[in-house]
Design a protein around this ligand. Structure first.
Ligand code: PEP
Length: 256
C-alpha cells in the first residue's frame, strides 16, 4: 500500500507574512488528516518562519529547488544543508518551469536528485512532456528520458527514497487537466519503466503524483485512478479552501 502524498508548490508567491498566514490556516484546517503525507513548498524566504509554525503538525516542509554543493561561492544558490537546517524534509527537483526559464536539464536534475537523497531530503522529481511533444506522439519518450536522466547512476535503494511527479507541461497553470485515463496511462508507463530499470518491488512502492491544474472539482476522478498516489498542486495550493478540499478528496472524505 503506497501512502498518498498531497504537496503544494507555492512557486514565487507569498510574502513572508502571507505565507505565515496561509501555513497557520492549513495547519488548523488539516489537523484531522492522518492517512496522507501533506507537504507545502513555500519560497526559500519563508522556510524558516514556516518551520516553527508547522513543527509537530502533520504538514511537512519542502523547498522548490536546491544546489548540489554544500557551501561556497555560488551566489543566489541554496544547499541541502541549509534546507535541512530550517526543517525541510522534501525538495521539488526538475520542475518544468526550472527547465523552461532557468536552463535546467537532465544533468543538473540528476546532480540535485543525488544530493537530496544523499543528504536525507525526499526529492519530488518532476517529469512531463510539452504540448508539441504530446501531439507528436513523444510523451513516453520524453517521460522516459526525464526518468532515466533524473535517476542515472542511482541504486534501487536510493531511488526508493524519491517521489515522482508526472506533470504534463501543457496542463500546468493552464486550467487544462489531463483526463484521469491519460494521467493513469503515463503513470503506468513510469511504473513499468521503474520495473525495467530497477525491480518489481521498487516499481510497486514508488509514489507517482500527478500535477497539472488539479482542483477540488477534478481531484476525486483523478485520484480514483489506480496508479495515482497523490498530487503536486500549484495554483490551488495558494488558497486554504482549495488545498484542504483536495487533500480531503485524496483522504477519501468529502470536505465538510
Ligand atoms: C505545478 O506547478 O507543479 C502545478 C501543478 O501547477 P498548477 O496546479 O497550477 O497547474
Amino acid at each position: 500500500m503506497r501512502r498518498k502524498v498531497v504537496a503544494g508548490n507555492w512557486k514565487m508567491n507569498m510574502t513572508d507574512p502571507e505565507a505565515v498566514e496561509l501555513a497557520k490556516a492549513l495547519r488548523d484546517n488539516l489537523r484531522s488528516i492522518d492517512n496522507l503525507e501533506l507537504v507545502v513548498c513555500p519560497p526559500f524566504t519563508s522556510l524558516s518562519s514556516l518551520s516553527g509554525i508547522l513543527a509537530g503538525s502533520n504538514i511537512g516542509l519542502g523547498a522548490q529547488n536546491l544546489f548540489w554543493e554544500s557551501s561556497g561561492a555560488y551566489t543566489g544558490e541554496v544547499s541541502a544543508e541549509m534546507l535541512l537546517s530550517v526543517g525541510c524534509k522534501y525538495v521539488i527537483i526538475g520542475h518544468s518551469e526550472r527547465r523552461q526559464y532557468f536552463g535546467e536539464g537532465n544533468q543538473s536534475v540528476n546532480r540535485k536528485v543525488k544530493t537530496a537523497i544523499e543528504r536525507g531530503l525526499t526529492p519530488i522529481v518532476c517529469v512531463g512532456e510539452r504540448l508539441e511533444q504530446r501531439e507528436a506522439g513523444k510523451t513516453e519518450a520524453v517521460v522516459e528520458d526525464h526518468v532515466r536522466g533524473a535517476f542515472e547512476g542511482l541504486s534501487s535503494e536510493e531511488v526508493r527514497k524519491a517521489v515522482i511527479a508526472y506533470e504534463p507541461v501543457w496542463a500546468i497553470g493552464t486550467g487544462k487537466t489531463a483526463t484521469p485515463e491519460q494521467a493513469n496511462e503515463v503513470h503506468l508507463f513510469i511504473r513499468e519503466l521503474i520495473k525495467k530499470l530497477y525491480d518489481a518491488d521498487l516499481s510497486s512502492r514508488m509514489r507517482i503524483l500527478y500535477g497539472g491544474s488539479v482542483k477540488p472539482e477534478n481531484a476525486r476522478s483523478l485520484i480514483e485512478q489506480p496508479e495515482l498516489d497523490g498530487f503536486l498542486v500549484g495554483g490551488a495550493s495558494l488558497k486554504v479552501e482549495s488545498f484542504a478540499a483536495i487533500a480531503k478528496e485524496v483522504e477519501g472524505k468529502r470536505p465538510e
